[in-house]
Design a protein around this ligand. Structure first.
Ligand SMILES: C[S@@+](CC[C@H](N)C(=O)[O-])C[C@H]1O[C@@H](n2cnc3c(N)ncnc32)[C@H](O)[C@@H]1O
Length: 417
């Protein structure tokens, strides 16, 4: 039998880990035997399939009398995605049949895989085009409808159905940069991302990938040269790089050793420096002029980049995150010097992880003051401002430009004495 395309085989395994085992792609070890381009292609195939999963099901359902075992369904969904988005029919169908033959639960159904995908190759692309825009799962759609309304949620879903743009943050005084659109907030939206590590300036470390929304918290904190700044949940380090680039004495703290290795790689590539500490933010000691708290959260604002989230999660674990966020804010208040500044942010669309957190923090800590002036940054639109001292960013903002990640960002100050 001909060899299965390595990226396709790896993509089918990734899909199984998300759909069958409920794991996030970020928690899954990629296949280290694969060449980097194959690993990147496998990830593209898996995320593309997940982003279009309701469309794939819409295409497949007419050919299935009842849903086959989950492992077979994952293979069919991958095949449907590829066949409906320009994949080579012969290669896709043969590989999917061969992948089915690899596992004892799916092997008896390789005939079904072959028959269904041949029909999809002929009739699927038109059905894919005609399928409705994929909806968010009910556990998330319900709270978002209540918070932002039907029109906003529908626009978010339309934005999330498309592959997201890639934004970069240029290093101060950066010479070589890839081509792209300069966004009003200072990020650059790449014209043709392709293989990131092959773009001009990547090797030299003149920029790093960071969504335009994710670049705002560090700009709002406004770190100054020589200031002691804590990046309290730092990995993989986009915000650490911005703070270090501003000339601050940065302590980058994160509980995950694996993720902290990414911060160190990013610092090395860009030639920037920060003190990297692996540890629990709740137990960290020190005294800082400014703190950036990018707290662990539901990550519902980055679903267009992480379309695995709705399938690996069901919202049941979020309550624990809300509590952790509040405890981290309390710890940050202790670690701030009098007169110090803090930016709290989460890449979440849930008010419980944003507006509600900061409102409750201001009530718990009379020593904290809203700092709305810190939000006066280039490109920030009035409509994004919330009461007191926050910014609410949603994927439906800048929808005509490809959208923006969902974030909540708040700026506060600790009273001087
Ligand atoms: C939203 S991510 C941070 C993203 C990062 N600021 C950036 O811009 O690249 C949240 C991080 O919090 C870290 N984290 C979770 N619990 C923590 C804790 N108790 N102490 C420190 N870091 C923690 C996670 O490992 C994760 O890297």
């Amino acid at each position: 039998m001909a060899q299965i395309t390595p990226a396709r085989r790896a993509a089918s395994h990734l899909l199984w880990q998300v759909l069958g085992e409920g794991r996030l792609l970020s928690e899954v070890e990629g296949d280290s035997r694969l060449a980097p381009p194959d690993r990147a292609r496998a990830l593209r195939l898996a995320t593309g399939t997940l982003r279009g999963l309701p469309r794939a099901d819409h295409v497949l359902n007419p050919y299935l009398r009842k849903p086959p075992v989950p492992r077979v369904m994952a293979i069919l969904r991958l095949g449907a995605f590829e066949l409906c988005t320009g994949g080579d029919a012969h290669g896709v169908v043969n590989d999917c049949v061969a992948i089915a033959a690899l596992h004892k639960k799916s092997a008896p159904m390789k005939g079904l895989v072959n028959a269904v995908l041949r029909k999809v190759a002929a009739e699927g692309p038109a059905a894919w085009e005609a399928a409705p825009t994929p909806r968010m799962p009910d556990w998330l759609r319900g709270p978002l409808l209540a918070a932002w309304g039907r029109d906003a949620v529908r626009t978010m879903e339309a934005v999330q159905a498309e592959p997201p743009p890639v934004d970069i943050t240029p290093k101060a005084g950066a010479g070589v940069l890839p081509e792209g659109e300069l966004l009003p907030t200072g990020s650059i939206r790449l014209a043709a991302p392709g293989q990131i590590s092959a773009l001009p300036g990547y090797e030299e470390g003149t920029w790093w990938v960071q969504d335009a929304a994710a670049a705002l918290p560090a700009r709002i904190l406004g770190a100054k040269p020589g200031e002691a700044v804590l990046d309290m949940c730092a990995a993989p380090g986009g915000k650490t790089l911005q703070l270090a680039d501003a000339g601050a004495e940065v302590t980058a703290l994160d509980i995950s050793e694996r993720r902290m290795a990414r911060v160190e790689e990013n610092l090395a590539r860009t030639g920037l420096t920060a003190r990297c500490v692996i540890g629990d933010a709740l137990e960290h000691e020190g005294s800082y002029d400014a703190i950036l708290l990018d707290a662990p959260c539901s990550a519902t604002g980055t679903m267009r980049r992480h379309p695995d989230l709705p399938y690996a999660k069901d919202g049941s674990e979020f309550m624990g995150l809300f509590e952790l966020q509040a405890r981290m804010i309390d710890r940050a208040v202790d670690l701030l010097k009098p007169g110090g500044r803090m930016v709290f942010c989460t890449c979440s669309l849930l008010p419980d992880e944003g507006e509600v957190q900061i409102e409750e923090a201001l009530a718990r800590h009379p020593v904290l003051r809203p700092d709305p002036a810190a939000l006066d940054q280039p490109g920030i639109e009035e409509a994004w401002r919330t009461d007191a001292c926050g910014l609410r960013l949603r994927p439906d903002h800048w929808a005509g430009r490809g959208g923006i990640d969902g974030f909540f960002i708040a700026a506060v100050k600790k009273a001087a004495g």
